[in-house]
Write a protein that binds this ligand. Structure first.
Ligand SMILES: [Zn+2]
Ligand SMILES: [Zn+2]
Length: 282
């Protein structure tokens, strides 16, 4: 049995990785991460995400307009995305959704652009990656009214309650768990995950954001997805291998990839963690 992991959501095109991307990708490989999905969230990042995906067989791209950037959408945006997303290395559309915590784009613009982009993803026959921060009700309403069950996808960095998770799963969505599940104050989140079926779960880093304990506050990177999977195993009282196996199968299914890796895992040691401030997310 392989214990390959998949990091379903990272931002390798961000400047945080400009200096040592090669080493970051190598460490991911050494710690058993078979595939990384890198998410280009705005125009300036799309080409870089595609370029990275084309440079490494183990990396794929996800492209779209983040709710933070919803106000930047113009006449050229969708035609460009429509073209870029037909690239064979693009496996999902996103991340799209609502962020009513930071409100970097006006809420009405976020709502409108979220609907439009679900429509576009369906046209492109791609699953969607949904970003929802403090907009649970509105996110659910739009997923339903736009019939997002037709494309399915992932609720990334899930932060809703059990009922919301259940409704999303019923619509054919997967729930993706970030490193924050390892945080001391995440007891409620752990209780929700404990009740959800492993068959509907994925793990992600959202690197460079949200590093798990023991790296909390540092720059996150795909190799750390192992700590998140380890925590899920503890919560669900199953082996690490079981979590790796199922979350990998789930990711391959949602992204419509063939299973093709036999990468051998090298468990990384657990150095004492230090805290810092890199806890924002995208
Ligand atoms: Zn996000
Ligand atoms: Zn993200």
């Amino acid at each position: 049995m392989t214990s390959m992991l998949i990091d379903s959501h990272a931002h390798l095109e961000m400047p945080e990785f400009r200096r040592d991307l090669e080493a970051v990708i190598q460490r991911a490989k050494e710690s058993g991460v078979g595939y990384i999905f890198t998410v280009g969230t705005e125009k300036k990042d799309w080409m870089r995400a595609l370029e990275i995906a084309h440079s490494y067989p183990s990396i794929y791209a996800i492209l779209g307009i983040h709710p933070h950037n919803a106000k930047e959408i113009d006449d050229q945006t969708y035609p460009t995305l429509r073209h870029l997303c037909r690239n064979e290395k693009v496996k999902a559309y996103g991340e799209i959704g609502l962020d009513f915590y930071r409100n970097l784009s006006p809420r009405d613009v976020q709502l409108k652009r979220f609907r439009e982009q679900i429509e576009l993803a369906k046209e492109l026959r791609l699953p969607i990656v949904v970003h929802d921060r403090e907009a649970h009700q509105e996110t659910l309403e739009i997923l339903k009214s736009e019939k997002a069950d037709e494309c399915g996808g992932i609720i990334h960095c899930f932060s809703g309650d059990y009922e919301m998770a259940k409704e999303c799963i019923d619509m054919g969505f997967y729930i993706s768990i970030p490193g924050s599940i390892t945080f001391k104050n995440a007891e409620k989140f752990r209780e929700i995950i404990q009740r959800l079926p492993l068959e509907s779960l994925l793990v992600e880093t959202d690197a460079p954001f949200l590093a798990p304990v023991p790296f909390r506050g540092k720059r996150n990177e795909p190799s750390y997805v192992r700590y998140t999977a380890q925590k899920v195993a503890e919560i669900k009282k199953v082996s690490f291998e079981k979590v790796a196996e199922l979350t990998t199968e789930n990711a391959l299914r949602v992204f419509k990839l063939e299973f093709s890796s036999s990468s051998s895992p090298h468990p990384i040691p657990l150095p004492p963690g230090e805290r810092g401030n890199n806890q924002e997310m995208k």
